[in-house]
Design a protein around this ligand. Structure first.
Ligand SMILES: Cc1ncc(COP(=O)(O)O)c(C=O)c1O
Length: 348
């Protein structure tokens, strides 16, 4: 399929003169900054945050580029990957005219963002065994389909989709294939970020909210070819990542060995949980998972959900989600939390 980025981007975005912040217009070594109407006296805190942060998060990008073997110019840093999802709609989807394609059951924000942006949603459900239905996807795509979301490992099912299938979609689709890799660090599959220069229509999302343990900091990433990333930068709010968030991410990036250890522990706890859950008589099926959660089919899941709440344990009730009837999505906890969960389930 012929892919042409310029043809795909909305006309108003191509015409846009981006906001030019005071700091963007200046480059050099100044000592006195009287250009941005900040408070020159400082902050009422032990540290000063009176200056606007680096709007392009250069230091962070250098380190992320190293870790992922891409260039800095191929990275967008967002206020959570949810910001990247919203910007994709604003770059590519004409409200009331274009549509996107999702493969339910999947992460809910694709639909919410589509609705906020007044963009129609085409749905091609996963098969009963949670695979991508490639022929149906190919049939459903039309001229106005601009974004195709593939979440891998998928939330809430937990499974990854084969790389070859996702790349096949990138090959046949003339729009953007968005691969949401929020849970990739727990997966047996490798990230597709390395493919962004082989497939110009590939955008890969990752986040610091899961394996990196920084959900409270709100930082997510998009990897794509340089031209696509330039469009993200054109339309993003100028200072979308705060100074404290940038500092925390930089500190975390210097400590990636700790993250590797946490991932290994989470994966090991996941496997233990999968081993023990069949001891519970209500457990009917444990779906195979590549993420830090397990989707479990239980007899009368609603009842189990409420009983767990009575024990002050919250899991995610997915009973009302298509193909997930009677399923609970359970995040892997610490060994103590998982033991409490098992005790509560055994009481049922
Ligand atoms: C598949 C998927 N993508 C993205 C997100 C949101 O990530 P962030 O916290 O970076 O906005 C989540 C959060 O649960 C998710 O499950």
């Amino acid at each position: 399929m012929n892919f042409n980025l310029e043809n795909l981007v909305r006309e108003n975005i191509k015409r846009l003169t981006p906001y030019s912040s005071a700091r963007k217009e200046f480059s050099g070594a100044a000592q006195i900054f009287l250009d941005a109407n900040e408070n020159s006296f400082g902050s009422p805190l032990e540290r000063n945050y009176n200056r606007y942060p680096d709007s392009l998060q250069s230091e962070i990008k250098v380190r992320i580029a190293e870790l992922n073997s891409v260039n800095s110019s191929e990275i967008f840093v967002g206020n959570g990957s949810d910001e990247a999802i919203d910007l994709l709609f604003r770059i590519f989807c004409e409200p009331k005219k274009d549509n996107i394609l999702i493969c339910p059951p999947t992460y809910g924000m694709y639909e919410v963002s589509a609705e906020i942006n007044d963009v129609a949603i085409k749905r091609v459900n996963l098969t009963e065994d949670f695979r991508l239905d490639l022929p149906a996807i190919e049939k459903t795509i039309d001229e106005q389909t601009k974004l195709l979301f593939v979440c891998s490992p998928n939330n809430p099912t937990g499974n990854s989709f084969p790389r070859a299938e996702i790349l096949k979609l990138a090959e046949i689709f003339g729009g953007i294939v968005v691969v949401d890799e929020a849970y990739i660090h727990f997966s047996r599959e490798k990230s597709l970020a390395s493919e962004i220069n082989n497939f110009n229509n590939l955008v890969v999302l990752q986040t610091f909210s899961k394996a990196w343990g920084l959900a409270g900091v709100r930082v997510g990433l998009a990897f794509a070819n340089e031209k696509t990333i330039a469009f993200f930068n054109r339309i993003k709010p100028p200072y979308n990542i705060s100074q404290p968030a940038q500092e925390m991410i930089l500190r975390a990036l210097k400590n990636s060995a700790t993250v590797e250890r946490m991932i290994a522990r989470i994966v090991s706890e996941r496997e233990k949980l999968i081993e023990k859950l069949p001891e519970i008589h209500r457990v009917e099926k444990i779906h195979s998972t590549d993420a830090n959660f397990v989707l479990v089919k239980m007899t009368e899941a609603e009842k189990v959900y409420r009983a767990l709440l009575d024990e002050k344990i919250v899991v995610r009730n997915r009973n009302n989600v298509e193909l997930c009837v009677d399923c609970l999505r359970i995040t892997v906890g610490t060994p103590e939390e998982n033991e409490s969960l098992m005790r509560a389930l055994k009481k049922l």
